[in-house]
Design a binder for this molecule. Structure first.
Ligand SMILES: *Cc1c(COP(=O)(O)O)cnc(C)c1O
Length: 407
């Protein structure tokens, strides 16, 4: 066997719907030396992560930390811990990730009710309230930004509905957090989770989570019931949280002052999560969101400037991703391949009803940048013109105009 050579990934500009190219600062943090699990530096870093993410989420929630695992780990931890077997859950679906929430809630043995709108739309608040009144759920699980359709579900009125009807409100903000407004406390969230590999500008593998006192009380009361069941020796009747790894009660005790041993916190991922939040907060939360909005507006204008049509209700588009209809006469997969092989630029394909119909182009985190936007548009023009006529320079010019107006 030949000796393995050092790892040497190709240079890529990741302009898809995630994962994206990480901030250099985040990559540097990940190569920092490891320390022990209870080293004062490590426990200090964990405390710092909690504090930083309270600001990222705009919350005062004591229980704000990260779950080790990709975004889906955060989703699973939240749903498995908050849903008791037999609870009714309501999941409004407006894209692929709504189906994922429904599936994970079902695995947590919820009786899941879904309401759906067509891809490319968001769910009207009145439709959600009507379903809450009809279904009487204990939990409402809703995606904020669904990258499969690029839509950004308005959340500002949903928390009040939850409060009014006594429903816990959980949100998957993986695709949107850091690049779009998110106000955990002001919007009345009980639980929210995310990942690093979208607007937060890190690698996948750590899932920020925040829990309201009401959510923590649900988790704590389950732990008390569980202790009672164990004492009575009737474990068959169990209301237990059906996962050790994702038992938020245990994870809270691990992050809390007692530091009860649970898993070994993933040190390098903790460093990454720390640095993602530090980059965001040193630039300023509002400034980072504005930078995403600007890059997204420029990319939107740019693809239109190339004569392309954008999918979905653009008024509700996330700042950080756009779905572009693949024009007649252009082979979608071959064009994506040319972007990657000739220019080192990755753009995204699509799922479900949009498969083969749109490309998804992201501008997130480190890559929510003028040069990244312009380079992508210039490359896309070259790739398109092999197949169809395109306005020369139309993409770059339109994007530059957006930057000029904002300057
Ligand atoms: C990208 C994305 C995820 C990804 O989950 P992973 O486990 O990190 O792959 C989850 N939810 C939403 C809404 C996403 O956009």
């Amino acid at each position: 066997m030949t000796r393995p050579t050092p790892l040497d990934p190709p240079a890529r500009l990741l302009m898809g719907p995630g994962p994206i190219s990480a901030y250099p600062r985040v990559l540097r943090a990940m190569s920092a030396p490891l320390v022990g699990q209870y080293d004062p530096f490590m426990t200090g870093a964990m405390g710092e992560v909690q504090e930083l993410y309270r600001e990222v989420w705009a919350t005062r929630n004591e229980q704000t930390f990260v779950i080790d695992g990709t975004s889906r780990a955060g989703i699973a931890a939240a749903l498995v811990s908050l849903i008791r077997p037999g609870d009714r859950g309501l999941v409004p679906v407006f894209g692929r990730f709504g189906h994922l929430l429904a599936e994970i809630a079902e695995r947590a043995l919820a009786e899941v009710h879904t309401i759906e709108v067509e891809w490319g739309q968001v769910v009207p608040v009145s439709m959600i309230e009507e379903a809450i009144v009809r279904v009487r759920p204990t939990l409402l699980a809703l995606v904020q930004g669904d990258t499969s359709t690029t839509m950004n579900q308005p959340l500002d009125e949903i928390g009040a509905l939850g409060e009014k009807h006594g429903v816990l409100f959980y949100c998957d903000a993986t695709a949107s957090l850091g690049g779009n407004d998110f106000e955990a406390d002001r919007w009345g969230l009980d639980a929210a989770t995310a990942g690093l590999q979208k607007c937060l500008g890190g690698p996948s593998g750590s899932s920020p989570i925040t829990l309201s006192d009401r959510a923590v009380e649900v988790i704590r009361s389950r732990a008390r019931v569980e202790a009672g069941i164990r004492e009575a020796g009737d474990e068959s009747a169990a209301d237990f949280i059906r996962s050790n790894y994702f038992d938020l009660g245990m994870i809270i005790d691990y992050w809390g002052p007692r530091r009860l041993n649970h898993h070994t916190e993933a040190t390098s991922m903790l460093y990454a999560a720390r640095e993602c939040a530090a980059v965001l907060l040193s630039e300023g939360r509002a400034n980072v969101i504005a930078r995403h909005r600007l890059a997204g507006d420029a990319m939107l204008a740019g693809v239109r400037g190339l004569g392309l049509t954008v999918f979905g209700d653009v008024a509700h588009k996330m700042n950080n991703v756009v779905a572009v209809e693949i024009p007649d006469g252009v082979p979608g997969d071959a064009a994506r391949q040319a972007m990657l092989e000739d220019f080192g630029i990755e753009i995204g394909t699509s799922f479900g009803p949009l498969h083969g119909r749109v490309w998804r182009i992201g501008t997130m985190g480190y890559n929510a940048r003028k040069d990244a936007v312009l380079t992508t548009l210039a490359a896309l023009e070259q790739v398109l013109r092999r197949h169809i006529p395109v306005p020369a320079g139309g993409g770059v010019d339109a994007a530059l105009d957006v930057y000029r107006v904002s300057a």
